[in-house]
Design a protein. Sequence first.
Length: 293
Amino acid sequence: MTGVEFGRIDPLELEAFVVLAEELHFGRTAERMGLSQPRVSQLLRSLERRVGRRLVERTSRRVELNPLGERLLRDVRPAFDDLRRAVVGTRAAADGLRIGFLGPYFSTLDGPLLRLRERYPDCEVTLTQLSWSDVYGPLRRGEVDIQTCLLPVEQPDLTVGPEIGVFPRRLAIARKHPLAAAPSLDMEHLAELTIIGPPSVPPELARSFWPPEVTPSGRPIRRGITAITEPEMLGAVAHGAGVFVTTAAMALHFVHPDVVFVPFTGMPDVHVVLLWRNDTDNPRVRELASLAR
């Protein structure tokens, strides 16, 4: 018998052989593979011709591997199982959902994710915290499928989904500061303080989330250092570098013993929405959006 070139082997022949070894029944093998029983027999005969010997002993009552068939199964099965795992893993990834979130607004996903997991218990969900300095980057690079974001969004390639949270404003201020005990603070108080400024963010987010350059009466608002992560922001506040205009969401998820969150008026509530690419083909994206509504 001449050697068999691997490139000439039909993978379907090996699949039929492995499935038959598991089922030991041509009818069940055909049903499992979605083929006719004669086609399964044809695939097995073709593989036996390549090997040069019979691999399976068949009678009217039973099917069993002979020693040569058992040897082939031992050699082939690990690679075949690896292929199966690869396909299953890829299918799981295709059916899964990668979600990006802005740190303080993670809990807005709790309800939608609970409903998604109830409906699709096998859907693999991965969560990634987004950086304020690269709010839309992971979505555009395909690193996440859907994300939380703050209104307004002025990005024509992105779809704004349902609102999933609304949060009133808070001012993070050092506990030792005289204004920390005030029942509330407003925009005019900012003229007496230094604001921890925004990192480099999309213009619409800079306009809507952070305070303007002047108070309503026209007094300038001083800008201090910038901070990117929530711990950096709170650390800067605690050490007297300035105050930070944020929302009640940050007070829920990020704390510092030397920082208090005082109710703050004069700026609109923050609205949290879901956001995804216009060209996404992941069906779970719209499923999550539908459940969020």
